[in-house]
Write a protein that binds this ligand. Structure first.
Ligand SMILES: [Zn+2]
Length: 330
């Protein structure tokens, strides 16, 4: 469809290349074996992008660039670096030149990649020996979350997408948006006790739990404005004052909200000292219990959030290490 669009837009100017068009849309497939909830269903959301270049070299360059973007999305933005596997794929279906699949480790046994311990490479071949070094490989259960293809000129030739009489060189890129959700939940949650999601797609960055007697105190507003300096992904105010703070911390942990701010007895006592404190808990991928970070002033809390998110010393959340690594290599 995109190829037809491009051929209908011709003639295009040289400066318009590489031209990239994308679509996010519902797809349907006649899945014989719908299972794993959202993972393998008959209807799903997919992001596709097609690139068009005037020659193969610039097409390859675009391919590498978008692969870099995908690695950043999955690694840095979704903090999945340690469980992400990029593997060269069999591109026979599309008749392309190069193709890669992006997999997440998974217990769902939906797909697999082979891992070679000798040369630290991954492959998708069916044999159990490494195509690079012939060592015995081991099979890792996985879920495919993205795919990139260098398609060449096959489709542009067929559909007449040309520049100065020559068929355009194409790549296509896809992210399985719907399956990212169950794949990351499966990967990051260790039990049914608590949900864990990457911060980038979690419904809230933080929650403020307030004791009944403090509901109309200015400290609630102060906490909210301090928190929103770095927690841009939304802050929930839990004003279910009929429930104990402990019950509400339990609920926040179950939802996997990364930062939990509690305004209860300790805050109330501290209000007379001119240095009000809040109690802070955090939740982390691959654990199902909240971690107490103790009491801290609002200034200290802002520094704590900042260092947790960007890894500038102090207490670290797991994913800040990933950000550090990426910061060094990019
Ligand atoms: Zn090998």
């Amino acid at each position: 469809m995109c190829t037809e669009l491009i051929s209908s837009l011709s003639p295009l100017k040289k400066s318009q290349f590489p031209l990239m068009v994308y679509q996010i849309g519902e797809k349907f497939r006649d899945e014989m074996n719908p299972r794993f909830g959202l993972m393998r269903s008959r209807q799903f959301l997919m992001k596709d992008m097609y690139s068009f270049s005037t020659d193969i070299d610039s097409s390859r360059e675009t391919y590498q660039k978008i692969c870099g973007v995908y690695e950043r999305i999955f690694g840095k933005e979704l903090q999945l670096n340690s469980d992400l596997i990029k593997v060269e794929a069999d591109s026979g279906v599309h008749g392309g030149h190069i193709s890669h699949e992006y997999h997440l480790k998974s217990n769902l046994d939906e797909d697999f990649v082979n891992s070679c311990p000798s040369c630290s490479s991954f492959n998708k071949s069916d044999s159990s020996s490494c195509p690079q070094c012939s060592s015995k490989t081991s099979r890792i259960q996985s879920v495919e979350i993205g795919h990139t293809f260098h398609l060449g000129t096959k489709y542009s030739e067929a559909l007449g997408a040309k520049f100065q009489g020559k068929p355009l060189d194409m790549c296509c890129f896809g992210i399985g948006v719907t399956r990212l959700l169950p794949a990351t939940v499966d990967l990051l949650s260790t039990s049914e006790k608590a949900l864990r999601l990457p911060r980038a797609i979690a419904p809230f960055d933080g929650v403020i739990i307030v004791k009944k007697s403090l509901m109309s105190n200015v400290i609630v507003e102060m906490t909210s404005s301090s928190a929103s300096r770095y927690l841009k992904g939304g802050i929930l105010l839990d004003d279910r004052i009929e429930m104990s703070p402990g019950r509400r911390i339990h609920d926040a942990n179950r939802l996997g909200i990364p930062f939990i701010m509690v305004l209860a007895n300790e805050t109330e006592r501290s209000l007379v000292t001119q240095k009000p404190v809040i109690e802070v808990f955090t939740t982390h991928p691959k654990t199902d219990e909240p971690v107490s970070q103790g009491s801290m002033t609002l200034d200290r809390f802002v520094t704590f959030v900042q260092s947790s998110l960007y890894g500038t010393g102090g207490h670290h959340l797991d994913h800040s290490h990933v950000l550090d690594e990426l910061g060094g290599s990019h």
